[in-house]
Design a protein around this ligand. Structure first.
Ligand SMILES: Nc1ncnc2c1ncn2[C@@H]1O[C@H](COP(=O)(O)OP(=O)(O)OP(=O)(O)O)[C@@H](O)[C@H]1O
Length: 332
């Protein structure tokens, strides 16, 4: 048996992976061939019953393949002992799965402890991860029990726990699905920042196409019957949907969704002017054109003041935002 527990991000290859439960006539996942590149986030979306969760459970062998193969870092999962396979995979689920009778620190330290890390190293890792996922002060958070945390904080602990033993890959099943919209956006943003640092290979299941567009380096869309409809970058999914199913799944507002992918930093700005326009809202150059457009509309203003690192750097007039919307729509 090979040992999977290394800390290198690894590629996940689905090679004609098929799952049929019991004597079911139709497959839950039908000959899925898909490569999730090392270090990328691949968002897996599709309608209810499309086989998203099945795909995840095949990877960590909570369910067995009917035919085909899945390889992690070039090794077939069937050549791995299921227990050590799972220890090399960070798993984050909607319901967090935290043990209620264990402290946050003990929850995070569970896999490192099983792997035989000593108490000092396990504790240091738990505290490091609490800071990484934005739970401060770490000493206070570490000593709490899950029911002493908000839903968003519990989900952060779930992410910390998944990362504890530095897994090769992460499987995330609707990780932010149970959170209120504001907490959800915060966790999405913070996970993207964290991911930019740790670059773990992540298969991220969501039923929400907007979340997939935001989170995925690439998006794989499954249709009913567990058949892959398209796997591509968010930009390509929006501008070149493979067929009517993808077009409908993505929605009629594809132009607006494309604006969410375009950064203000990439657009041309006007000089600041003297005096600066009054009543124009300020946005960061990191914001998307869609966020910029929302701000302008919310303030009834004629444009935006764009900031970088808290300092104004230029102006974005309303007309340019309008033109960008038209261009995004015209090419979709
Ligand atoms: N343990 C099981 N036994 C039998 N059938 C199952 C089992 N788990 C899932 N299925 C069936 O497999 C198909 C795919 O289910 P799956 O949960 O993978 O879809 P999903 O895309 O994750 O759906 P959702 O978005 O609703 O969670 C469905 O028809 C479901 O009924």
């Amino acid at each position: 048996m090979a040992d999977t527990v290394t800390d290198e991000a690894a590629e996940i290859v689905f090679d004609n992976a098929t799952k049929r439960y019991g004597n079911a006539d139709t497959a839950a996942l039908d000959q899925l061939s898909l490569t999730v590149h090392a270090g990328e986030i691949c968002a897996l979306v599709g309608p209810s019953g499309g086989g998203k969760t099945t795909a995840l459970t095949l990877v960590n062998r909570m369910a067995d393949l009917t035919s085909g193969d899945i390889r992690i870092g070039g090794t077939s999962i069937n050549d791995l002992d299921p227990i050590s396979l799972r220890r090399g995979i960070g798993y984050v689920i909607q319901q967090t799965g935290l043990f209620p009778h264990m402290t946050v620190e003990a929850n995070i330290g569970l896999v490192p402890k099983i792997l035989g890390w000593d108490a000092r190293r396990t504790s240091a890792r738990a505290h490091e991860l609490l800071s990484m996922v934005g739970l401060a002060p770490a000493e206070d958070m570490a000593a709490r029990y899950p029911n002493q945390l908000s839903g968003g904080q519990q989900q952060r602990v779930g992410i910390a726990r998944a990362l504890a033993a530095d897994p090769q890959v992460m499987l995330m099943d609707e990780p932010f699905g149970a959170l209120d919209p504001i907490t959800r956006v915060n966790l999405q943003d913070e996970f993207l920042k964290l991911h930019a640092k740790i670059r773990k290979t992540a298969l991220f299941v969501t039923h929400d196409i907007d979340e997939a567009i935001k989170m995925g380096d690439r998006i794989a869309i499954l249709r009913e019957g567990g058949i892959l409809a398209q796997c591509d970058t968010p930009e390509r999914i929006l501008t070149a949907p493979a067929d009517d199913f993808v077009r409908e799944f993505v929605g009629a507002d594809r132009a607006l969704k494309r604006l969410a992918l375009l950064k203000i930093a990439d657009a041309e700005l006007d000089p600041l002017g003297d005096p600066p326009p009054t009543g124009w809202p300020t946005v960061s150059s990191d914001a998307s054109l869609r966020e910029g457009l929302s701000e302008v509309l919310a303030h009834g203003a004629d444009g935006l003041v764009v900031q970088t690192d808290g300092r104004p750097v230029g102006l974005m007039p309303m007309q340019r935002l309008r033109d960008a919307s038209v261009t995004a729509g015209a090419s979709s």
